[in-house]
Design a protein around this ligand. Structure first.
Ligand SMILES: [Zn+2]
Length: 214
């Protein structure tokens, strides 16, 4: 569902640029609203969410899909945890659909999907592992790397139930905006993938904009 935001970026408290291949890890307090902007279009932002006070509680695709009765995420979607609590809600979306079925790229899956020689290529799982290794203060461990959301990525489900990685439906400047329902850790890998059309074979930066709670 396309829904524009009423928030003005001039009122934002923080703005970050995340280059393709980089990670972003940050605490977002309950009540704050934050926006991911697909600056150049057709990018994939592979994202995990955690309860900032108990990282064993994390975003759960299965609980979210079951409770909303739809496999796609967009404005109105309540993103739930593995304890079935609402962690955050998508409050605006000018892209219209985001994937939570396709998973994140890893060197292992690159090898299976594309070619043995792709194993050395940078993948989202590497960026997440680097983030948690460089930031022990967040208390995240390898086993906390769970199922993720691919913001701006297009993975349509066929009539027969098949999954296909398709050319993106996003475009330069499209954004998705969320309000935190609990204190969150957000962990993004801005996808460096070069082997499938999810980012037009051209990884590009995203922007993270944060507004304080009212
Ligand atoms: Zn990736």
């Amino acid at each position: 569902m396309i829904k524009a935001s009423n928030l003005n970026t001039a009122d934002a408290s923080e703005t970050y640029r995340v280059d393709a291949g980089d990670y972003f890890i940050h605490v977002i307090p309950a009540g704050a609203t934050f926006r991911f902007v697909d600056l150049e279009g057709n990018q994939a932002a592979d994202t995990l969410f955690y309860n900032a006070h108990n990282p064993e509680e994390h975003y759960s695709a299965t609980d979210t899909i079951r409770e909303q009765g739809n496999v796609y995420l967009t404005a109105g979607s309540k993103l739930r945890s593995n304890e079935n609590n609402v962690m955050l809600e998508i409050v605006a979306d000018t892209c219209g659909r985001h994937d939570t079925l396709g998973g994140a790229c890893a060197t292992e899956s690159n090898t299976v999907r594309y070619d043995l020689e792709k194993r050395c290529m940078h993948a989202c799982r590497d960026s997440w592992m680097l983030a948690i290794a460089e930031h022990p203060e967040f208390g995240l461990d390898k086993r906390d790397i769970a199922h993720n959301i691919n913001f701006f990525m297009n993975v349509p489900v066929t009539e027969a139930g098949g999954l296909t990685f398709e050319d993106g439906i996003s475009a330069p400047g499209k954004y998705v905006e969320m309000t935190a329902a609990m204190d969150l850790i957000v962990l993004i890998s801005n996808c460096p993938q070069l082997n499938n059309p999810c980012n037009g074979y051209n990884p590009t930066p995203i922007e993270v904009v944060i507004w304080d709670a009212n």
